[in-house]
Ligand binder design. Structure first.
Ligand SMILES: Nc1ncnc2c1ncn2[C@@H]1O[C@H](COP(=O)(O)OP(=O)(O)O)[C@@H](O)[C@H]1O
Ligand SMILES: [Mg+2]
Length: 316
């Protein structure tokens, strides 16, 4: 291995994805950044229990770290890709974000119970697969927000009450999706806060204001963003949320209710265009600095040089 730090940016959209391009640029300032298409990964398991990972078109030089910018490929087999990331992590490779936390953040039910278990403030929530289960959950939650379990961009996010129309909406959702996720509604004046956490530290915060006639504050639904100072309480809750899910970097959505900040949602593949626009801070730089720090510490810690992408052979 030479002295240049080599980072693999794993992305299915190297040309079109703004975030992937920002990361490549940020990493290229400090070392070598190679783009890896998740659908071109392959792995070989040897009799000695060594798993070696390869990508079509790339040499076999070692990587110091992998960044899953858009690590879930649009082609190939998603489960194979996830398992390759697990094998890489298991060998001690630096992989950011790790795949299981990414999948946890994608699953709103899993996020809810992981947050609650860790003592992070988050609204009561429920999942149900039957009308009776949904009715019981609604009765317990009162005014609630119904969401797709693995949704984003505010799509399919709908307010419901524990009344006949609310129960009917939940029934329709179950008929369509097989299950429904419900979260207690946190009263907010059409705005919430997005905190960007990198390496365990809140780095930037912005308020998102829903446009007139809209209660959801997603930038994709037309929300306006504005920088806000990141107070100690907000930072602490956001940092605890990222840690509970296990994410190296995350976008944490918080509503600030009467009892202080509460975590509405954790994004493991967060956009940072809004944060950049509002604060002028480039999260790609923060992510690069964090990943390079981890990669350098790993180099320092191991006297063993990883010969290639081989995993399982790093115990020197
Ligand atoms: N429990 C809730 N209480 C109040 N508003 C909510 C709640 N859940 C979601 N919202 C609003 O809906 C938006 C989208 O919901 P969110 O859970 O972030 O899903 P998505 O993954 O689609 O962004 C949030 O940004 C927030 O404005
Ligand atoms: Mg959201």
């Amino acid at each position: 291995m030479n002295d240049v730090i080599r980072i693999g940016i794993v992305t299915a959209w190297p040309e079109d994805d703004w975030h992937s391009k920002r990361l490549v640029t940020a990493f290229a300032r400090h070392g070598e950044a190679a783009v890896i298409d998740p659908a071109e990964l392959s792995a070989i398991v040897s009799e000695q229990g060594v798993v070696s990972v390869r990508a079509a078109g790339l040499g076999s030089e070692a990587f110091d770290a992998f960044v899953l910018a858009r690590g879930m490929g649009r082609t190939g087999d998603a489960d194979v890709q996830f398992e390759i990331y697990r094998a890489l992590e298991d060998s001690g490779a630096v992989v950011v974000n790790r795949i299981d936390p990414l999948l946890a953040a994608q699953d709103k039910f899993r996020s809810s119970w992981l947050l609650a278990r860790a003592g992070v403030p988050t609204p009561p929530a429920a999942v149900a697969q039957t009308s009776a289960g949904a009715a019981e959950a609604l009765a317990g939650l009162g005014e609630a927000v119904m969401k797709p379990i693995a949704g984003s961009l505010g799509e399919g996010v709908q307010r419901v009450r524990a009344d006949a129309p609310g129960r009917a909406s939940a029934r329709e959702r179950i008929a369509r999706d097989g299950a429904v996720y419900l979260q207690s509604y946190v009263p907010h004046p059409g705005r919430d806060v997005r905190v960007f956490v990198v390496g365990g530290r809140g780095r930037a915060a912005m308020e998102r204001y829903a446009p007139p006639g809209e209660w959801r504050t997603n930038v994709s639904t037309g929300a306006r963003v504005e920088a806000v100072p990141l107070g100690a309480e907000l930072a602490a809750v956001a940092e605890a949320a990222a840690e509970a899910i296990g994410l190296d970097y995350a976008g944490i959505d918080l509503a600030v209710g009467p009892e202080g900040p509460t975590v509405i949602e954790v994004n493991g593949n967060p956009s940072w265009q809004g944060i950049l626009e509002a604060t002028g801070l480039d999260m790609a730089e923060a992510i690069a600095e964090h990943v390079l720090g981890r990669a350098l510490r790993r180099r320092g810690a191991s006297d063993h040089i990883v010969p290639d992408w081989t995993t399982g052979a790093t115990h020197g």
